[in-house]
Design a protein. Structure first.
Length: 272
């Protein structure tokens, strides 16, 4: 029996219909992308949740969702916007409770601008953390109550450590770290950030979730694994040293290539 980690994938419910056998054969982890948009969360999403429960009946892998993120930051200076963001996150967590999801991806508030400017303004670093706490306070309590973990995904983060410090500041099992390999590779290639495996090492056992996508270091490609220039052996060597057992989620644009991406990782001997 292989001891290599088993990868899962991110997809919509329509795509679960297509890849259900692949998901079930190895009890692969799944991240649903059907509950991201405000129009869905503000509407009657109960039929979608019922469809998810029906499709995933008997599924043995871990289940999560990509939370809402369009058009906002979790560290907004505007209290009215923070209230809307809190509402969106609580809506996402309501979905998690309804379908039994135990992770929800949220986006980092840090940008490449942050790296160069936060320390140029006294107290700016601490103020950003404080605003994030104000935004997430109610969501953290809700996530704790339902046994869900919000994982903070790097977007433009140039410093692989700063998001980890933010997650740790909550002192809660409901807040952890996610890494998107393509985002990290973009930051490495375009802003001079460290390579992807350094992001894994910086996160350590706070890392509970990884988006696996390939890229060229220029843009957020979401290519099938093996089509870009990420050094996958280095990434998986770093992952192998962790005890946190992060969910390894293939997140690519062409969902028809999800099985091929997993097959590529198997062919180079790092995952199955």
């Amino acid at each position: 029996m292989s001891t290599l980690p088993v990868v899962g994938a991110a997809m919509t419910l329509d795509e679960v219909e297509l890849h259900r056998d692949w998901l079930f054969e190895k009890s692969r982890d799944l991240e649903l992308q059907s509950f991201v948009d405000a129009e869905i969360l503000n509407g009657d999403w109960a039929p979608l949740a019922a469809r998810a429960r029906r499709l995933l009946d008997g599924h043995g892998g871990r289940l999560g969702i990509h939370g809402p993120f369009w058009g906002f930051t979790i560290a907004s200076e505007d209290p009215d916007i923070r209230a809307i963001v809190t509402r969106r996150l609580l809506q996402g967590l309501d979905v998690c409770a309804a379908i039994g999801a135990t992770h929800m991806v949220i986006h980092s508030p840090y940008t490449s601008w942050s790296y160069n400017n936060l320390d140029d303004n006294a107290g700016a670093r601490e103020a950003l953390v404080e605003r994030t706490h104000m935004t997430l306070r109610d969501a953290v309590r809700r996530a704790e109550d339902i046994g869900c973990t919000m994982v903070i995904e790097n977007i433009e983060d140039k410093d692989p450590h700063i998001r980890v410090v933010l997650a740790e500041s909550f002192n809660s099992p409901a807040v952890a770290v996610s890494i998107d390999t393509g985002h990290a590779h973009y930051a490495h290639g375009y802003t001079g950030a460290p390579p992807v495996d350094y992001y894994v090492k910086a996160a350590g056992n706070r890392l509970q979730h990884v988006h696996l996508q390939d890229a060229d270091g220029y843009a957020d490609r979401h290519w099938s694994l093996g089509e870009g220039s990420i050094h996958w052996h280095a990434v998986f060597r770093a992952l192998a040293k962790l005890e946190s057992n992060p969910r390894l989620i293939i997140e690519i644009k062409d969902k028809s290539k999800i099985p091929a991406s997993a097959a590529y990782l198997a062919s180079i001997g790092v995952a199955q």
